[in-house]
Design a protein around this ligand. Sequence first.
Ligand code: COA
Length: 256
Amino acid sequence: MSKVLIEKEGNIAVVYMNNLDKKNALDESLSSELLESIKKLAEDESIYVVILTSAGDVFCAGGDITEFAEGVELTALEHYSKKNINVDVLRIVDILKKPLIAAVSGYALGGGFGLVANAHIVVSHPDTRFGLTEINLGILPYVIFPYVKRAVGEREAILLTLMGKTISSQEAHRIGLVHFIDENPLKKAKEIASQIAQKSPLILKLLMDMINVSHNPSSCESEYLSLLRIVNFSAQDLKIGIESFLNKQKPQWINK
Ligand code: COA
């Protein structure tokens, strides 16, 4: 049984994590299938927006604790040769280079919290619990922390890491992790995705590039961003957008 299921509707893809016996724990097979799916969707020109969700009742229970138990027996070199998958699975947004919406229910813990922090937009069921619970197992969210810090700021990230408690959807909304709380997160995510999918795909690509370099812009990055602006001005989709607005018409993007 595949641990990742993909459903395509027009220009939108829904990625379902399907490791339900373990509450979508990110074991090696789920992580590698998820990465492969994201890489394929990155290449798929027909897909403009991607939704990440669960095929079951829990979004993701984090790293696989049984694999952690086995990891205690491994040498540092064996850990080193395995490290890339853990790092890469939390870089899905960078790999995808398309808007990613997380539709979250149940729990998003540890690495699951990391996936949520990675997403551009987060829709949560009111009863979802979020947490960086690693410290309770005697480990820390090493590769997750930078993404959580980016999403909610350093002080909230430190508090979550130190306390190891779970927080409600409402609290996650307050700290900026969750954008929307909805009884049907997937339906709401699809509504948002279909609005985004109406934008020019070319401009969406530029937007992803802008986001990736603008987290903390250095002067070099600012130069790059102003270069992106110049590229945008040479796009026919910009001309189409302006003319459509002035003529009170819906723009017909040509992706050029
Ligand atoms: N790794 C491996 N297996 C996990 C897992 C994880 N992170 N999370 C859940 N599972 C397994 C459980 O061991 C259980 O297996 P079993 O059926 O063989 O006993 C199965 O998934 C169902 O979990 P259960 O705890 O019975 O479900 P629940 O609905 O009562 O609780 C959670 C769900 C997610 C709250 C709870 O499983 C949990 O706290 N998991 C650990 C989360 C965690 O600490 N993550 C951080 C890891 S760094």
